[in-house]
Design a protein around this ligand. Structure first.
Ligand SMILES: *Cc1c(COP(=O)(O)O)cnc(C)c1O
Length: 395
């Protein structure tokens, strides 16, 4: 066998032996609060990013179907050659208006939005100051750029200020602070108020990736800037259409007109990757229409979250406190966390264990996520099953 293949096979063996090898769970039905998997039918799904329950929404399915007749199936082109329909321009305008930015640029994913951001707007004379818990796509995006890198401890404003001072002392031209709006492993909201205040003091730009917030966090779903009262103070925001906003796929970057113009000229995933499928662009407009003047789904996911967090606390499990529908239940040991997840599936609840390298060593957890689609009865059942798991595994 070629050495290259042998090395990979040995690594796989070692991973399997350590008990932390992951396998895909295969669904046989559309996404929803109750799903069928190949192993088990009728399980409550506690791990989708389907916060508003729109992933299998009847109105959206109808909108997607009718878009095929009007706009076709695919565009077989990147945006700037022949891959831009009026549809894409309209969606960019609507996203700008909903989130309160001058302009917007679509990508195939938020991973691409982040991958195409930093190297496009920063160069070797500049600085990027990044939260240690930022999403992999921010980290990779930063790796692609030549700017000096400064990392601060999660949500630690004192350390952020030190890093800003260091960047000044190092003579950096532009300083860009990059943060997740919501830290997805913990369900914790970034201190955007503190970040924006420091950004003003040190004349830094602020970039927020609001993937786990867009459409449902904040009273009207404008995301973490709405919760933190800093609407209009964020310079660049990236987010995804692949979570609350319908869950199909796609990402976008919001900013001032000049920044978006520059991204359209230089951002590599935009220039060298296919356009967003017409059906997704078209259906995303329907998503925005649904949530624009109606907070019903937002209110429901928030009520469900309060109910679930309360119930889990009552049975005495160790939860990272907060208000976000990401509710992480701490198990600490990675192998045990996987066993708990398997046990829960037997009982009829689908949850996933998160372990190193996704979270720090010794901090393994079951990350549950609440949806507007969950019924109170389903959530009550899940809490009862967690009570059984607590007794069984001495959690
Ligand atoms: C999910 C997520 C992404 C990736 O979004 P995609 O559109 O699926 O590529 C990027 N950043 C954060 C913070 C996320 O949670």
């Amino acid at each position: 066998m070629k050495t290259g293949l042998k090395v990979i096979e040995d690594q796989l063996e070692a991973l399997k032996a350590s008990g932390v090898y992951s396998e895909e769970r295969v669904l046989t039905v559309p996404q929803g609060s109750k799903i069928d998997t190949l192993e088990k039918s009728g399980v409550i799904n506690m791990c989708a990013n389907n916060y508003l329950g729109l992933a299998n929404d009847k109105e959206l399915i109808e909108a997607a179907k009718s878009s095929y007749d009007r706009w076709g199936y695919g565009l077989s082109s990147v945006r700037f050659i022949c891959g831009t329909q009026t549809l894409h321009k309209k969606l960019e305008a609507e996203l700008s208006s909903f989130f309160g930015f001058e302009d917007c640029i679509l990508y195939s994913s938020c991973f691409d939005a982040n991958g195409g951001l930093f190297e496009t707007i920063l160069s070797a004379e500049d600085a990027v100051i990044s939260d240690e818990l930022n999403h992999a796509s921010i980290i990779d995006g930063i790796r692609l750029c030549k700017a000096k890198r400064y990392i601060y401890r999660n949500n630690d404003m004192a350390e952020l200020e030190e890093r800003l001072q260091e960047a000044d002392n190092d003579g950096c031209r532009v300083k860009l602070i990059a943060t997740d709006g919501v830290f997805s492993m913990d369900g914790i909201i970034a201190n955007l108020k503190g970040i924006c205040d420091l950004a003003d003091k040190y004349e830094a730009l602020v970039m927020v990736d609001d993937s786990h917030a867009s459409g449902f966090v904040g009273k009207t779903g404008r995301g973490t800037p709405e919760v933190e009262n800093v609407l209009g103070r964020i310079d660049i925001m990236t987010s995804t259409l692949g979570k609350a906003l319908g869950g199909a796929s796609g990402g976008f970057t919001l900013s001032k007109k000049s920044v978006v113009d520059w991204l359209r000229q230089k951002s590599r995933p935009y220039l060298f990757s296919n356009t967003l499928a017409p059906s997704i662009a078209s259906t995303s407009l329907k998503v925005l229409e649904k949530i624009q003047n109606n907070t019903e789904l937002i209110d429901r996911v928030n009520e469900n979250t309060r109910f679930f967090r309360e119930g889990i606390k009552e049975i005495g499990l160790d939860v990272i406190p907060g208000v976000h529908p990401i509710v992480p239940i701490m198990v600490y040991d990675a192998v045990k966390a996987i066993e708990v997840a398997d046990y829960m599936l037997d009982l009829g609840v689908y949850v996933v264990a998160f372990k190193f390298p996704v979270v720090p060593k010794g901090k393994a957890r079951i990350r549950t996520q609440i949806s507007a689609a969950h019924t109170e009865e389903e959530l009550r059942f899940v809490i009862d099953c967690f009570a059984k798991a607590k007794a069984e595994f001495n959690l």
